[in-house]
Ligand binder design. Structure first.
Ligand code: FES
Ligand code: FE
Length: 429
């Protein structure tokens, strides 16, 4: 589907202005290829983008490959312990120097003509150097580095060397990241593997979904009917007044689904442990004191909220969801399961089973979400002047003392926040 419009810098801002209004957005935002190119330049190549969790590159030489937009990257911990994000592009004639998804290496050697690079990206050597005498300076040809900063183990990178400090970009979201990490029950969080899939739809359709509480009992009806009563009760927040969504600024938002699990360290002991975990309670009780058993078991579902960090990562219950835009009409999703680093194996295994049950390829949750997202994509092609509504809850949105816009968890305040940021970044010349 080709756009009728072009995005010339002088006329771009007014068009963006028309595409996003306070209560609605234009359907072309899901399929316009010119707009997609502009999003890569103005959002993905400009701001902080999540690339890894520190536990994925724990030791010197540990690496993973990833990408931001179309650009392939290597996230690697160098010999000094510093995490670097390198462009995966040989400085000779451009081949990728690493194709493995993850592993441990002492450096990266290009398979084409064998130029070799250190973990810090420096060009170390190349074969038959006589052809380069006096014309090539190794110092000038490292694998190029992105800006890298971390918060609470979350590693972000940016192509923009002048990007604002990560701590400013995250702003209010930092508080929620700290709360999210409490699901380690006293242990640090670690990743426990990932799976990926693609859906035929625009990346913003997924971005909208993470703080869309309205769809939960509808799209996830089959998941609700596949779990025991206590679990479905726990996630029945449609009429719970304490279930709220906060717009956190800079496009970030959080949707609270289980208010009593927002801060897992707050526990007055009144909440009964779920029956379904009784075998875990029994097993852990042999080695851990009752308070620690309770803390671990209460954290098994993860945090009681979904945190959406603009533009590409969601921290949800007990997993990270990372989105990679492929084209205007295709998106890759990675689901990364989380566990307790050093925590009891039986509890980490249970986390994986819970994760598979909802998010897994044969799970009862994510495949239903993906079906809904693809239907949004297809439907948006009909009636080109019909807007996408994101107005739910505008009648009851209030401003909290810290400036967060707060509304019910079934409202669309998170989407409005993401689109405010989208508009700001896309209008920036
Ligand atoms: Fe990498 Fe030639 S392209 S060594
Ligand atoms: Fe969903």
């Amino acid at each position: 589907m080709c756009s009728q419009e072009t995005y010339h810098p002088l006329t771009f801002a007014p068009k963006v202005d028309r595409l996003v209004q306070a209560d609605r957005v234009d359907g072309s935002m899901y399929y316009d290829p010119d707009l997609f190119e502009a999003e890569l330049e103005r959002i993905f190549y400009k701001t902080w983008v999540w690339v890894a969790h520190e536990s994925e590159v724990r030791n010197a030489g540990d690496f993973k490959t990833t990408r931001i937009g179309r650009q392939p990257l290597i996230v690697v911990r160098d010999k000094t312990g510093t995490i670097r994000v390198l462009e995966n592009r040989c400085r000779h004639r451009g081949a990728t120097v690493c194709e493995k998804q993850k592993g441990n290496a002492t450096g990266f050697t290009c398979p084409y003509h064998s130029w070799s690079y250190g973990l810090d990206g420096k060009l170390r050597a190349f074969p038959y150097p006589d052809g380069y005498e006096d014309i090539l300076d190794k110092q000038e040809l490292p694998l190029r580095s992105l800006r890298v900063e971390s918060y609470a183990g979350m590693v972000f990178a940016s192509f923009n060397q002048d990007v604002e400090p990560l701590t400013d970009f995250l702003g209010e979201a930092k508080h929620w990241i700290d709360l999210f990490m409490k699901q380690g029950a006293g242990y640090p969080i670690k990743t426990q593997g990932e799976h990926k899939f693609r859906f035929q739809g625009n990346w913003k359709i997924q971005l909208e979904n993470t703080t869309d509480g309205y769809h939960f009992p509808i799209v996830h009806k089959s998941w609700m009917s596949s779990v025991d009563e206590e679990t479905s009760e726990m996630l029945s927040f449609m009429t719970d007044e304490k279930a709220v969504t906060h717009a956190l600024g800079n496009g970030h938002s959080v949707m609270v689904m289980v208010p009593e699990h927002v801060d897992l360290d707050q526990d007055d002991g009144s909440e009964p442990l779920q029956e379904r975990f009784s075998h875990i309670v029994e097993a852990l009780s042999k080695d851990y004191p009752p308070e620690q058993v309770r803390r671990i078991v209460r954290s098994l579902h993860g945090a009681g909220f979904n945190l959406n960090l603009f533009p590409n990562v969601a921290m949800s219950m007990a997993f990270f969801r990372v989105l990679h835009p492929v084209s205007a009409t295709e998106t890759e999703i990675r689901h990364i399961a989380l566990g307790m680093d050093g925590g009891p194996e039986i509890a980490n295994r249970e986390r994986l089973r819970i994760h598979e049950h909802f998010q897994g390829p044969f799970g009862f949750g994510s495949p239903d979400d993906a079906e809904a997202w693809e239907r949004v994509q297809r439907g948006s092609l009909a009636g080109k002047d019909v807007p996408i509504l994101v107005n739910r809850g505008l009648n009851r949105e209030v401003e909290a003392p810290n400036g967060d816009k707060v509304s019910h968890a079934t409202d669309e305040g998170g989407m409005r926040e993401a689109y405010r940021m989208w508009k700001r970044m896309m209008s920036d010349e």
